[in-house]
Design a protein around this ligand. Sequence first.
Ligand SMILES: [Zn+2]
Length: 79
Amino acid sequence: MGNYFECNTCGRPFKEGQGIILTVAGIKLFFHSKACAFKFFKEIMENADSEYLGKDVKEVYDKYQKIIELKKKKAEKKI
Ligand SMILES: [Zn+2]
Protein backbone atom coordinates (compact mmCIF):
# COMPACT_ATOMS: atom_id res chain seq x y z
CA MET A 1 0.00 0.00 0.00
CA GLY A 2 1.42 3.32 -1.07
CA ASN A 3 0.80 6.69 0.41
CA TYR A 4 -2.55 8.39 -0.01
CA PHE A 5 -2.98 12.10 -0.50
CA GLU A 6 -6.06 14.27 -0.28
CA CYS A 7 -6.98 16.62 -3.13
CA ASN A 8 -6.81 20.25 -1.95
CA THR A 9 -9.73 21.24 -4.19
CA CYS A 10 -12.33 18.49 -3.74
CA GLY A 11 -10.99 16.37 -0.89
CA ARG A 12 -10.86 13.16 -2.92
CA PRO A 13 -8.09 10.80 -1.87
CA PHE A 14 -5.59 9.64 -4.47
CA LYS A 15 -2.64 7.30 -4.55
CA GLU A 16 0.95 8.40 -4.75
CA GLY A 17 1.93 8.79 -8.42
CA GLN A 18 -1.63 9.28 -9.68
CA GLY A 19 -2.46 12.90 -9.00
CA ILE A 20 -0.55 16.15 -9.29
CA ILE A 21 1.73 17.28 -6.50
CA LEU A 22 3.26 20.73 -6.75
CA THR A 23 5.26 22.92 -4.42
CA VAL A 24 4.38 26.57 -4.89
CA ALA A 25 5.97 29.27 -2.74
CA GLY A 26 7.04 26.58 -0.30
CA ILE A 27 3.51 25.19 0.07
CA LYS A 28 2.90 21.61 -0.99
CA LEU A 29 -0.30 21.25 -2.99
CA PHE A 30 -2.15 18.06 -3.88
CA PHE A 31 -4.66 17.59 -6.69
CA HIS A 32 -6.33 14.37 -7.73
CA SER A 33 -6.86 15.63 -11.30
CA LYS A 34 -5.81 18.31 -13.75
CA ALA A 35 -9.30 19.81 -13.52
CA CYS A 36 -8.93 20.33 -9.77
CA ALA A 37 -5.46 21.85 -10.20
CA PHE A 38 -6.81 24.17 -12.88
CA LYS A 39 -9.75 25.25 -10.72
CA PHE A 40 -7.40 25.99 -7.83
CA PHE A 41 -4.91 28.00 -9.86
CA LYS A 42 -7.58 29.81 -11.86
CA GLU A 43 -8.97 31.17 -8.60
CA ILE A 44 -5.51 32.33 -7.54
CA MET A 45 -5.01 34.08 -10.88
CA GLU A 46 -8.39 35.76 -10.73
CA ASN A 47 -7.86 36.99 -7.18
CA ALA A 48 -4.27 38.07 -7.69
CA ASP A 49 -3.11 41.65 -8.00
CA SER A 50 -3.12 42.13 -11.77
CA GLU A 51 -0.20 44.55 -11.72
CA TYR A 52 1.94 42.02 -9.90
CA LEU A 53 0.73 38.99 -11.83
CA GLY A 54 0.76 40.78 -15.19
CA LYS A 55 4.53 40.57 -15.54
CA ASP A 56 4.57 36.83 -14.93
CA VAL A 57 1.70 36.23 -17.33
CA LYS A 58 3.43 38.31 -20.02
CA GLU A 59 6.70 36.46 -19.49
CA VAL A 60 5.16 33.02 -19.91
CA TYR A 61 2.95 34.27 -22.74
CA ASP A 62 5.98 35.61 -24.63
CA LYS A 63 7.92 32.40 -24.02
CA TYR A 64 5.19 30.26 -25.57
CA GLN A 65 4.62 32.71 -28.42
CA LYS A 66 8.30 32.30 -29.34
CA ILE A 67 8.00 28.51 -29.23
CA ILE A 68 4.86 28.61 -31.41
CA GLU A 69 6.58 30.88 -33.93
CA LEU A 70 9.58 28.55 -34.07
CA LYS A 71 7.31 25.58 -34.66
CA LYS A 72 5.53 27.43 -37.47
CA LYS A 73 8.84 28.34 -39.11
CA LYS A 74 10.00 24.72 -38.95
CA ALA A 75 6.72 23.57 -40.46
CA GLU A 76 7.10 26.08 -43.29
CA LYS A 77 10.58 24.78 -44.13
CA LYS A 78 9.31 21.24 -44.48
CA ILE A 79 6.81 22.21 -47.19
ZN1 LIG B 1 -9.91 16.87 -6.72
